[in-house]
Design a protein around this ligand. Structure first.
Ligand SMILES: Cc1cc2nc3c(=O)[nH]c(=O)nc-3n(C[C@H](O)[C@H](O)[C@H](O)COP(=O)(O)OP(=O)(O)OC[C@H]3O[C@@H](n4cnc5c(N)ncnc54)[C@H](O)[C@@H]3O)c2cc1C
Length: 225
């Protein structure tokens, strides 16, 4: 059994290029392409966002990959305008050599290691793994095995959304009203987007009281696929 911290990977993107592409698309509306300068996108985007002319943000998309628990992807896949590919508990048999005959669980960010709650959580995972492997050895299929899996089971998720939908998702999912395991991933992603695309994301609020030491590690990678 492995207990793993969640993480997030973002395809290497050029925030300024994304914003300038959106500007070019948007200027079609006013046929004001001639007004494009090195940083004219800044004012244009701010004006669009303030006035609710947000469909222009749909021209660009960002793909991420995250390693998270089932509870996170159960909630995040409610966002219908995003696209998802998720490691399947119907096709992956973790009892096989390919998966080292073990289960991987995401460390819960809201149950402190060393506490009685954590011990109970860890024991439960151990029992689940033992029974999963036993059933797998007896010939159970992944469709049957997955009936044993809890919210903490780990999965890799590839997720793509356009910039407008990311703004919407992060507004909802970096807020204190959302489950801490989602905030743990979405706050660092939002902070990254704020850094590279400030004109678009600067007005998105987030739970500033969420402990920074619990933020999921975010890395940029050259090729996401
Ligand atoms: C704090 C919190 C608690 C939640 N609790 C629950 C819960 O207890 N039970 C539960 O079932 N869900 C719950 N949800 C999920 C929530 O109801 C939404 O399904 C989810 O957040 C997706 O949001 P969305 O529909 O705005 O966004 P998306 O699906 O990402 O869509 C983006 C936007 O497109 C528009 N849109 C998309 N589809 C339609 C449509 N069919 N008709 C009209 N407009 C559309 C809307 O403007 C929408 O905001 C919760 C979400 C949050 C953030």
């Amino acid at each position: 059994m492995q207990i793993i911290d969640p993480y997030i990977q973002v395809e290497k993107i050029d925030g300024k290029k994304i914003m300038r592409n959106i500007e070019r698309a948007c200027r079609t509306c006013y046929r004001s392409e001639g007004k494009i300068t090195e940083d004219s996108y800044k004012t244009l985007l701010k004006n669009c966002i303030t006035r609710g002319h947000e469909s222009v943000l749909e021209h660009e998309k960002v793909t991420i990959r995250m390693y998270c628990d089932l509870g996170v992807y159960k909630d995040i896949t409610r966002h219908r305008i995003a696209s998802f590919s998720i490691e399947s508990t119907r096709y992956c048999n973790y009892g096989k050599d390919k998966f080292n005959s073990e289960l991987k669980f995401i460390k819960p960010c809201n149950i402190e290691n060393g506490t009685d709650f954590y011990k109970i959580w860890e024991n439960t995972c151990e029992v689940i793994e033992k029974n999963y492997i036993e059933m797998s050895k007896l010939g159970a299929l992944p469709d049957q095995l997955r009936m044993l899996l809890p919210h903490s089971i780990a999965a890799e998720v590839t997720m793509t959304a356009n910039i407008r939908e990311w703004k919407h998702i992060l507004t909802l999912r970096a807020s204190k009203h959302t489950h801490p395991a989602i905030r743990q991933l979405m706050i660092p992603l939002l902070l990254y987007f704020k850094e590279i695309m400030p004109e678009i994301f600067e007005d998105v609020e987030y739970d500033k009281e969420f402990p920074k030491e619990k933020y999921a590690k975010l890395t940029q990678i050259e090729e996401i696929y």
